[in-house]
Ligand binder design. Structure first.
Ligand SMILES: [Zn+2]
Length: 455
């Protein structure tokens, strides 16, 4: 499988594709990069987190950081017997595109690593600090732990993007906001009319809370609570649904009691279904009788009101229509007494504002809310020379912003006055067995970078 594409960048990409590099398993990549530096007499730095920095100074110019992550998301089709701990990724060329045989390709971010190695290997006069980080796809530990004091540069080009001929100038922070509340229960009066039901809402599209938050896909939690508020005396025994902080909920279930006659309840549900089916095409609502319950949650009404008051989705856009801030109510569980909320913002003030509002909402219902974890955003500096020069040396590149958290945010937080941009070749369906790399776009990115360094 040698020389699948006759280009020096792809020579390195082929080499990297033979090296196991699942997140957390980047030791072999670290060795490969260290050997690369030693064999070319380039100074390097490495640490116990599998990070590597390679320095190359052959010109008396301002230093620049080129950065990529060495790990990849390893996924395979059920047919594949690949063992990611030792087997290579098998590359397949289809026309102008590169794919992998039954696995993810790892162009995210192996091609970023290859682009940088190709430049270090070239004879272009430069002053480069090449930063290769580990575990980007999971903990971002590499970026958090790398010794940034080893870096002199105040400019950084990150090669971990997805859109060719595009300069990414902003990302969003990601905040894990965790809510807890009392799980006490009490016994309700058991009348002849009291009945217990299991009610579920599903069939929403869900999706990623960064990429899909502006697509009005609805929240199953919000819908289920809307329906419950139509049932005046509904008391919750259970309410649960949702997944990770970054997943928009598509299915929620609850168990509740009511004294409403069954036929009236069915009427309310039917009307609610017909009204909302227009917006949510695959909406499913299921309601079934359960064994009668008399113990309900003390926080039943508070929980319903909290979800009702919570503003799901995009909270603020800038004048160009880019999302600045959003929030997603992800996993909730009334019985276990918690809720998870994922916040994103490219603006620190907006982020603080959202956190403050959530804390106020929590206090209103006697819930406790706190930030468990967060990753910072990055923004290219105003009047950035880096940006100007990239535009000048490129082929009319587009500029865009992304509503997800990336590693550069951590670098910008850790290195004072660091200017950052992201450029990359076109990669589609990353993190899946359909991951595809555009070959021409890779060559164009390589030429762009070289052109940038020569100027
Ligand atoms: Zn990546």
């Amino acid at each position: 499988m040698n020389n699948i594409v006759k280009n020096s960048v792809f020579k390195f990409f082929e080499e990297i594709s033979k090296i196991p590099r699942n997140s957390g398993d980047e030791k072999s990549m670290q060795n490969y990069l260290v050997n690369f530096a030693i064999s070319r007499n380039l100074p390097f730095y490495t640490d116990e987190f599998n990070n590597v920095i390679i320095f190359k100074k052959t010109a008396n110019v301002e230093p620049i950081i080129l950065q990529a992550h060495t790990d990849m998301v390893c996924v395979k089709s059920p047919k594949s017997s690949v063992d990611f701990k030792k087997d290579p990724i098998t590359l397949i060329k289809k026309g102008n595109f590169l794919k992998a045989k039954e696995t993810s390709l790892g162009a995210d971010d192996g091609i970023g690593v290859a682009l940088i190695l190709d430049i270090l290997d070239s004879d272009i006069p430069c002053n480069i600090e090449a930063v290769f980080t580990s575990e980007e796809e999971t903990t971002m530990q590499g970026a958090y732990k790398i010794d940034v004091k080893k870096l002199k540069s105040k400019q950084m080009i990150c090669l971990d993007g997805f859109d060719g001929n595009t300069i990414l100038t902003s990302s969003a922070s990601f905040v894990d906001f965790y809510v807890t509340f009392n799980t006490d229960r009490f016994m309700i009066e058991n009348t002849n009319q009291t009945k217990t039901y299991l009610l579920s809402i599903s069939g929403l599209e869900g999706g990623h809370s960064g990429f899909d938050i502006d697509k009005d896909r609805g929240s199953s939690h919000k819908l289920l609570v809307q329906l419950l508020t139509k049932i005046d005396d509904a008391k919750l025994v259970k309410f649960y649904g949702g997944h990770n902080y970054n997943v928009i909920p598509s299915r929620s279930e609850c168990v509740f009691t009511t004294n409403l006659p069954e036929k009236d309840l069915k009427k309310i549900i039917k009307y609610f279904y017909i009204t909302n089916k227009k917006t949510y095409k695959n909406l499913k609502i299921k309601c079934s009788r359960q064994l009668n319950q008399t113990i309900v949650s003390k926080n039943s009404q508070n929980f319903i009101n909290f979800v009702k008051d919570f503003k799901q989705g995009v909270q603020f856009k800038d004048e160009n229509g880019y999302i600045v801030a959003s929030q997603n109510l992800s996993e909730v569980n009334l019985e276990k007494g918690f809720m998870k909320i994922g916040l994103r913002s490219s603006d620190k003030k907006r982020e603080e504002h959202l956190v403050k509002n959530l804390k106020i909402l929590c206090e209103k219902y006697d819930f406790v809310g706190k930030v468990l974890d967060s990753q910072p955003a990055f923004n290219t500096q105003e009047n950035s020379n880096l940006l100007k020069k990239l535009i000048k040396t490129g082929n009319n590149p587009k500029q865009t912003k992304m509503h997800i958290a990336v590693e550069c945010g951590i670098f910008q937080e850790r290195i004072k006055n660091l200017d950052v941009v992201i450029i990359s070749p076109t990669i589609t369906d990353a993190h899946s067995v359909n991951e595809t790399l555009d070959i021409q776009s890779t060559i164009d990115t390589s030429n762009w970078l070289k052109n940038f360094l020569k100027n």
